[in-house]
Ligand binder design. Structure first.
Ligand SMILES: *[C@@H]1O[C@H](CO)[C@@H](O)[C@H](O)[C@H]1NC(C)=O
Ligand SMILES: *[C@@H]1O[C@H](CO)[C@@H](O)[C@H](O)[C@H]1NC(C)=O
Length: 430
């Protein structure tokens, strides 16, 4: 009874927290949204098409493409005399399908008939699911050969619709006035200044759009220039987001214990809900400072099988034990560029080590920095068998300073308890 009451309180607190962090969330995973991509495939400048395509692919990573989540449609265009390819709503039923289709596209022609493309977009808008909000993203290298005023205005007049214009080419050549007319607001014009930056800007914009799309389920006030932000009862987040960084000691002192670490890490992964919108996993292997490396980032594999394959494939390096350096590199996974979702995901770091750190930065301040970055830290040791060759008594002092507290220190004998703890975040999605 007491436990139930406690879990109710925990849930209540979690809900409050979720509301509080919504403004900073990545794009929602279950928010219903129509996403129409109007994609300029002309290659007026060498490489322009590839930039636009990479932009579209990068942007799609922020979406959850599915018939009951983000329904996508796409218009691919170039010059006025060339046929526009129209991909109707739900043409791709998953992110993978969308990527496959987009990767097959090739550059065509040199001119840019954005007007004609927007007219096609108007037709597509008629067939959208009008009960959900729509995000239109016009991706062009930024110089249209046709006047877009009329269809642009008509598109903006659609209810519950937000239009963005992204120029993926050199901003000096982009027609800002035209882009602003298409988007209806300069704040919805994205200018390229390096691909990463454009993608970052788009991510932010998608977050804003998410707030807007969420709002449409309640009464909202929207004007052309300002949008009132209200919180709604729908929660588009799975609430199972977890960024899990596994940090494995691959130094000599732990041989052959590293094989046990691998087995434990894989067992843990097998008990979680792995996926882009659930648990993301990164792997850092440490031994000597110079040999410590990130085997894969949080945004590299989105299913358990691939994660575990990659863990198996990790190379044993040997060397001294640079626990601090391992934790330092693991903390870098907080970065959005490597797939980190601070503020949204529960951040967990599990350090598998025998504890004898003898090289590189001290583990204690590195662990502190990791905590400051939002990570909950667990330490796992393999108790091993005193008769084994190379057996060393573990250094529990190091384990203590690495882990949040004694409750976060586990061994191969108690590892199932750690799994239970870490798994809590994924329970309702399993
Ligand atoms: C564009 O990308 C394709 C492969 O995706 C590549 O073959 C081609 O060389 C690239 N073009 C330019 C101009 O970079
Ligand atoms: C439109 O979207 C809503 C919300 O996802 C859904 O319930 C409804 O079935 C959809 N309508 C059609 C015709 O697909």
């Amino acid at each position: 009874m007491k436990a139930q009451l406690l879990s109710c309180v925990v849930v209540a607190v979690a809900v409050l927290f979720a509301v509080d962090i919504q403004a900073r969330d990545p794009f929602p995973i279950s928010c219903n949204l129509n996403v129409l991509i109007v994609f300029d495939r002309s290659d007026s400048v060498k490489g322009a098409f590839n930039r636009s395509r990479d932009f579209v692919l990068g942007m799609s990573e922020e979406l959850n493409i599915a018939p009951d989540a983000h329904r996508v449609a796409m218009i691919v265009y170039s010059g006025a005399t060339l046929r526009k390819e129209v991909y109707p709503w739900n043409f791709a039923k998953s992110n993978e399908e969308f990527s496959r289709t987009t990767l097959k596209l090739r550059a065509v022609g040199g001119t840019t008939d954005t007007k004609g493309a927007l007219e096609e977009a108007l037709k597509l808008m008629e067939t959208r699911n009008k009960t959900v909000a729509t995000l239109i993203m016009v991706v062009t290298d930024g110089r249209s050969g046709t006047r877009t005023d009329v269809p642009a205005k008509a598109l903006l007049a659609n209810e519950d619709t937000w239009v963005f214009a992204a120029a993926t080419g050199d901003p000096r050549f982009a027609d800002r006035d035209e882009l602003e007319k298409i988007a209806g607001d300069i704040n919805r014009v994205i200018m390229q200044s390096g691909r990463d930056l454009a993608i970052d800007i788009t991510r932010n914009i998608l977050r804003q759009a998410q707030i807007k799309c969420r709002k449409t389920t309640t009464t909202t006030t929207t004007t052309t220039t300002t949008t009132t932000t209200t919180t709604t009862t729908t929660n588009p987040i799975t609430d199972c987001e977890m960024d899990l960084v596994l940090v494995l000691d691959f130094s000599t002192t732990t041989e052959p214990i590293y094989l046990r670490y691998i087995a434990m890490a894989q067992k843990l992964v097998g008990k979680l809900k792995i996926g882009s919108h659930y648990t993301r996993v990164a792997l850092v292997l440490f031994s000597s400072v110079g040999k410590t490396y990130t085997a894969f980032n949080l945004n590299h594999y989105y299913n358990a099988e691939d994660v575990n394959k990659a863990i198996s494939a990790s190379e044993y390096t040997g060397g001294t034990t640079a626990t601090g350096e391992g934790i330092r590199q693991a903390t870098e996974q907080v970065n959005e560029r490597t797939g980190g979702r601070p503020g949204l995901a529960k951040q967990v770091m599990v350090v598998f080590t025998d504890g004898w750190s003898n090289r590189g930065p001290e583990p204690e301040p590195m662990a502190k920095a990791a905590r400051a970055a939002g990570f909950e830290l667990y330490a796992v040791q393999s108790e091993g068998n005193p008769d084994d060759e190379g057996y060393l008594e573990t250094n529990s002092f190091v384990l203590d300073v690495v882990a949040d507290d004694m409750d976060h220190v586990f061994s191969d004998k108690t590892f199932d308890k750690l799994i239970d703890r870490v798994r809590q975040r994924n329970l309702k999605c399993l």
